[in-house]
Design a protein around this ligand. Structure first.
Ligand code: BGC
Length: 422
């Protein structure tokens, strides 16, 4: 393939989902939430009943890895209770089907949701959540250790804690509770260290399992260069969401709890007079367009930043890295293909430059419930028709393009997009 950017042979080419966003039939703090577009997570993609079909779709896509969440609220009815056998069997069956399809699982233990008994007891503000989580993970890991070797403890603790306690986007929708934000991060970091020990002790078929968090990395900047106050706000945000969180999880002796670092990478957020100019809310697209920057339906894109941050993490922590999420929300598939190509070119540059990146997980397998935005953001390699009660899946052109990449183990350079139609 002319102009192809070859990746290492054992590279994981995957895709990702999370339980609340795709499974349906969950009973957690999101169940009663209804987004402005009327969307809720009560049925979502019904992956709960249709996972066998979705594994078949993954096999068609040619991915060799799948990052999936396991939903705590399904498995434990009360603190320290035994795991629900039937629900556990369902996940075991899913893992066995993945194995049969040659797809390596990466299991996420916490992805923005909690059992209702955790939420009503104060969520991650309550220090008692830490031992409860450790107990749950101990039981889960004992049950799954032969099937799972890649464990992602927390997905984006920064996003979870900030949207819950600073920005009012996630239940219980609190704002500007800085202390609650910090407490949540500290409790999650402590839980990460403790479950890391549990996972390490459990092992994985005689091998050492891999353990890490997925850190969302957002760059922050001002909308106008001269606006010193927005520079200041960008620096404060960078500290609160990036520096502080990385330090809590990976600073000093805590670094030893992780064997890898997952990176979720979407782009850049600018501030204008203290207001975030992020297209997710819809209001500022035109103003951002004036700067000539490219956006999806959520964020300003910044492909070059991916290479920068990977090199930086490599230097700072010396841990193997996974891109645990990257994708774009848009109904313009040509744009999504270009966006993927540009990010993979950066990723390839980093790998060539000696950064140990072991895999890439496209967000997302399916169009799904995008939290406070409902179903309006289209991230799927497979499109889902939510107006049809059968929730049919359909391969997108982005999915076909990604299939070419997975098959070849190589990304195409932007001038050679012919792989899209193969
Ligand atoms: C989250 C996903 C979310 C995606 C796109 C990440 O922050 O882990 O749950 O759907 O971004 O917004």
């Amino acid at each position: 393939m002319a102009g192809a950017l070859k990746f290492p042979d054992n590279f994981l080419w995957g895709t990702a989902t999370s339980p609340t966003q795709v499974e349906g039939h969950v009973a957690n703090e999101w169940t009663e939430y209804v987004a402005p577009d009327g969307g809720h997570c009560r049925l979502a993609c019904n992956h709960y009943h249709r996972y066998a079909e979705d594994v078949a779709w993954m096999a068609q896509l040619g991915v060799n890895a799948y990052r999936l969440g396991i939903e705590w609220s399904r498995l434990q009815a009360a603190p320290f209770a035994p795991l629900n056998r039937q629900e556990l069997e369902r996940y075991v069956d899913l893992l066995d089907r993945l194995k049969a399809a040659g797809i390596t699982p990466m299991v996420v233990l916490h992805h923005f949701s909690n059992p209702l008994w955790i939420t009503s007891a104060g969520g991650w503000l309550n220090p008692a959540t830490v031992p409860a989580f450790v107990d749950y993970v101990t039981k889960l890991v004992t049950a799954l250790k032969e099937r799972v070797g890649l464990w992602n403890t927390f997905n984006e603790p920064d996003t979870y804690a900030s949207l819950t306690y600073l920005l009012g986007g996630f239940p219980p929708f609190r704002k500007w509770r800085l202390l609650s934000y910090r407490k949540t991060i500290q409790h999650m970091a402590e839980a990460h260290v403790r479950v890391g020990e549990v996972i390490r002790r459990a092992g994985h078929g005689g091998r050492t399992p891999e353990i890490g968090i997925a850190k969302n990395w957002t760059f922050f900047g001002p909308f106008e260069r001269h606006a010193l106050w927005d520079h200041l706000l960008a620096a404060i945000s960078h500290h609160a969401f990036n520096g502080y969180v990385l330090d809590a999880f990976l600073g000093g002796p805590r670094r030893a709890a992780s064997t890898f670092l997952g990176v979720n990478y979407y782009g850049l957020a600018r501030f204008k007079n203290f207001e975030p100019m992020v297209p997710a809310g819809g209001a500022c697209r035109k103003r951002l367009a004036r700067l000539g920057v490219v956006c999806d339906d959520m964020f300003e894109r910044h492909p070059g930043g991916l290479g920068i941050i990977l090199k930086n993490f490599h230097r700072r922590y010396g841990l193997p890295l996974y891109i645990t999420e990257h994708g774009a929300a848009s109904s313009d598939e040509d744009f999504r293909i270009r966006d993927l190509t540009e990010h993979l070119r950066e990723l390839h540059g980093a790998v060539k430059g000696g950064v140990d990146v072991r895999g890439f997980f496209y967000w997302s397998l399916l169009d799904n419930f995008e939290w406070q935005f409902g179903y309006s953001k289209k991230f799927g390699l497979l499109a889902v028709d939510f107006t049809d009660e059968k929730l049919p899946r359909k391969m997108t052109r982005v999915g076909e393009f990604y299939r070419g990449i997975c098959r070849a183990g190589a990304a195409v350079a932007p001038q050679d997009s012919s792989v899209a139609s193969r």
